[in-house]
Structures are given as C-alpha cells and as structure tokens.
Ligand binder design. Sequence first.
Ligand code: ATP
Ligand code: MG
Length: 638
Amino acid sequence: MKTHEVRKKYLNYFKNNQHAIIPSASIVPQEDPTTLFTGSGMQPMLQFLLGETHPEGVRIVDSQTCFRAEDIDDVGDNRHTTFFEMLGNWSLGDYFKNEQLNWFFEFLTSEVGLDPKKLFVTAFIGDKDAGIEKDDEAAEIWKRLFKAKGIDAKVVDIGSEEDGYKNGMQDGRIFYYDSKKNWWSRAGVPSNMPAGEPGGPDSEVFYEFDYIEHDPSFGLHCHPNCDCGRYMEIGNSVFMQYQKQPDGSFKELDQKNIDFGGGLERIAAASIDSADMFKIDVLWNIIQKLQDLTGKKYEDHVVAKRVIADHLRSAVFMAVDGVVPSNTAQGYVMRRLLRRAIRRGYELGIESNLTTEVAQVVIDEYKQTYPELQTNNQLIIEVLRTEENLFRKTLERGIHEFTKRTSELDFSKRPPVPTGQRTELTGKLVFTLFDTYGFPAELSIEEAEKEGVKIQVGWKKDFDKLMLQQKDRSRTATAGQFKGGLAEHSEATTKYHTATHLMYKALRNVLGDHVVQRGSNITNERLRFDFSHGDKMTPEQIAKVETIVNEVIQKDMPVAYKEMSKDDAFGVGALGAFGEKYPDTVKVYTVGNPDGDYYSKEICGGPHVKHTGLIGKFKIVKEESSSAGVRRIKAVVE
Ligand code: ATP
Ligand code: MG
C-alpha cells in the first residue's frame, strides 16, 4: 500500500470512529523553547493529556511530522529515519484500552490488510516495588482479538529485554515486559516519577518479517524487542492510567487517557512486507533518484543511500518550517544533515546539485499532503542550494590544498615547479587538511586512492594522535573562553551567571522563540545581556520576566551540569548563543530536574550556584536598544 494511502486510511478510520482530524504541528515546536524539534505525536498534545480541554473534543487523530536527532546514528539500519510521520490517536478521558486495541488491530488487519499471524504484541508485566499490577486486561483483549482471527495466542512472561535474549519467543504471541519496556511517563520508570506525575502501562505491536533470520550478534535468541530487524515496532498504545502519590504509591486517575503513536512509514513497509523501510514509495523515489544521479545501484551502497535520502528529506521539512543552516540550535542540526548528505553523495561521485535535485523529488512526493511545500518550493531549493555551494567550496579548497601538498616540487628551478611526481599522504597532512581547511579525513584517503598518491602506512595512528591533542587544546582554550575573560569566579559573578540563564529562558517564555542570546557580559555588580528581539519591551513584559525569574529562585531548584557531545546537547534541546562555536564536548547546565521537570537547559562553561535559592532577588534595571533587532538588558540581584 502507498504511504499516502495508509495515512489517509488511518485518519478516515478514526474519523469514522468520531475522532476529529487535526493538522500536523510544525516540526519546530512553537510553544516550547526547551525542545528543538517535535519528536512525537504526543509532544504537541501534552498539555491536553495533562488536563487542558482540547477545542476539538475528546477524540483526536492526526499524522504528525517528527524529527529525532537522537536517532541519527541509527539511520542506515532497516527501520530508522530522523524524519518520519507518527500516526496518533488520543482519548482525552473518553474511550480506553478495549476500544483502542480493537481499533488499532482492526485498522492493521482490515484496512491495511496485514496478516494477523505476523503481528506480535507486548503488555506490561507489573512493578512489584511500585505496587502496580500486571496489565492482564490488555493481554486478555489481545487474546480475544487474535482468537477472532483463528489464532490461539500464547501469553509469555518475558520480563526484561535481557531475559528476552536469554529465553526467546517460547512460542508466544503476547509478551509481558518490564517497566523499562512497557511503561510510559515523562520521567521514565515508576521509581523515577515525581509525585503528581501521570503515567501508565503501554502495549506495543510488532510486525514479523519471517524471512529475516535472527542475527545472534544482538543476543542468543530473538524476541519482539530484539533489534536485529526480524521484528519491527509499528505502534505503541499508552494507557495513561495512574498518578504517582506523595507516599510513592500509585492511584488510578479519574480521567484516563489513550495516547497512541505509530510509525507511518513502518506500517507502509509492513503493508508491502518489506523489512527495508526504504522500499516504500516515498523513500524509494528518493533512492531511485540517487541511483540515477550516481549511476550506482542501491544494493551496492545501501547505507550511504539511506543516509542521503533520510537527511535530505529531513532538511526539506526543516526548510519549510523556516529553519536555515547555521551554527546554532535547529540551524546547526540542519547544517549537519546537509553536509553529511553532501559528503556521502560526494563519495558516490555526485559533485553538484545533490540537495536541490533530491529536494525536488521530496517536494513533489509530499506536496499533495503538505501544500506548504509547494508554496515554498523555490525558497526551500534556494536555502539548500546556498548551503550546498558553501560546503562545496570548502571541499574544493580542500582538494586544491591536497593536490598542492602532495605534489613533489623541483627545487633546482626558480621558482620551484611540480615534477609530476606525488609525495606520500601522511597522517599529519590528513590532519592539517581537516584542521585548517575542514576537509574530512575520509575524503583525503579517497582522493589519494583516486589520484594514485601513496598513503603512509599507519597514517591513522598519527592522525588520531593529532586529533586528540587538538581536542585537548580546544578544550583548554574553551574553558578559558567560557570564563569570558573573567579573572574572578566570585560568589557575586557566579550568581549572575545563573541569573542570566534564568532570564534567558524567561525572555523566551515571555517574548517567544526568536529570542536568542547575542552577547553576555557579567561583572560582580550586574549582568548585561543582548538578545534578538525587534521591539522595545513593555513594562508588563519586563515585570513578567522578573516574576518568572524570581519564582524559579524561590522554588530553590537544583542547578547541575552534565558533559556531553555538542550534538547530544542540541539533541536534548539545550539553548546556545547565536554564532557561538562550541567544542565537540560541552557542559549542559540544567536548572531543575535534568530527567524530569526542568526549567532550563543551556550550554555553558559555568560557574553556577548549586541551587537557585542562593541568587537573591532579581531585578531588571534597564532595557534598551543595542543594535538593529537586538535589545540589551541590564539586571541586578540583591
Ligand atoms: P524504536 O525502538 O524502534 O526506536 P521507539 O520506541 O523509539 O521505536 P516510539 O517512541 O514508541 O518508538 O514511537 C512510536 C512509533 O513511531 C514507533 O512504534 C515506530 O513505529 C515509530 N518510530 C519511532 N522512531 C522511528 C524512527 N526513527 N523512524 C521511523 N519510525 C519511528
Ligand atoms: Mg527509538
């Protein structure tokens, strides 16, 4: 079945069951500056799941465009893309488990036509420590549903994922897994949940590609949650059923919700019984384009073509939501995707117009469903073209330098001339080309192979050593840079550092996501902060920012940092500053609980107070223009 048909059938099926169809929210969250991208259908629905009334009623259905930076390293396998659509349906205090499982099962088997014998499901085994029951209600429903299709479904207690690898399928069809696998809450497993937090068991559906043999490198035996590719998760029904109490126990919620999320592309892949998700129409058309452009078959470059197809599809959907390549936030992620795709393309011999050619295929593929792609067609192409040209210049310069530096010169002549001989490519030279010209190491090696330049034996060892030294150097330099030239880390400046974080976040909350840090300067008497914003702030806005900051101070939230890679930092939605060049490893400071409810996350070198209560009372003393489109605030703490 075609992907667009699966989407349409899903929306209509739930519409016929009294659901209101809502449009997909933007892939860049509009109301939540803590998160760079919409990563699930649930994300834009969260406030309604937490109790707010939805204007469209208590039954909602949609297909949400999602982007998951955290899945970038999985791209290349058979079933992960950074961009995908998540089919979602929600009951806001209306129907519950029985209707949900019935409907999803009927949708899969009757509407999409999946063979029920190839479906395997999971349910929650219970959590003794938290005093939460096994979800035998879900298992019973599944048993009945399979029975109606003439299948006697055996129920198996698996427990943990590790137990799954140890004990295998045991002829089961319905599997109980533990809270790591089949429990949902914002904070994770029951023991991590704060009091008041809602959560509940979930039930996943897997499709079996019976022609894929289990790959024992993943574990001794296969089971639904094994990642070898034989089973593919196609949908997850979350039953928001409990609320954690102050004494640690769990109480049934009065208003129980259903939160369902299913992968559109994965269901489409199941519908054509293809373990390779890239064989579905919307992705295959891109792959075909890549075959045309390279003159090389998919089968010979599976991973590279998957990566290019995925990254460029993501970039198109970012561009249509107004993201442009840059060195911060969403723009940084987009730049990285584009450059990765261009490099992979280059390896396959595409030296121009990769992004624009592929983007046009993506736009044509999706414009019926997302007309804004059509409206912004030219704009999207231009954004990609600019970035591709920029990056190709980097590559060109790299190749020029490569040729120059690997060409032997005859010094008996004045000026020296090339002899036509080539000198060896050393690890040191590979490093220099990368370090000075941004020319990737893989490309140096490839270029050498192409040009018949000898590659130094053991070049990699030298290269790695130099890279390590460089990392150490930049770490030290950054540590210095992050001090911002401050000689002292006095108690007062430390307070101002943290106060700056609180205010940055509050400004975004009050004024909007366009607020990005443009500069910051701290003395032990005040903070000064420049940020992008067009208008003068009103007295009400200033007062609101002060109130938010002072509330966070009063709540005495913990402040702590974690070191992580720059990509992970942006992946978790950490804020950065405009135009800032961050090192590969950064510190991410969180105000609040890093794994649960937090107030802000920001990339910063510190120092910061240990908890916000130490800051004192916060007050904005001046708000003025700094330059065009940039405002400046001076504030003090008392
Ligand atoms: P997986 O374990 O396969 O990564 P997940 O547990 O991360 O999946 P959920 O967060 O439950 O998935 O998302 C709901 C559904 O969205 C999944 O059942 C799957 O069908 C789909 N999905 C999740 N991640 C991806 C992805 N990277 N590419 C395509 N579809 C995805
Ligand atoms: Mg995942």
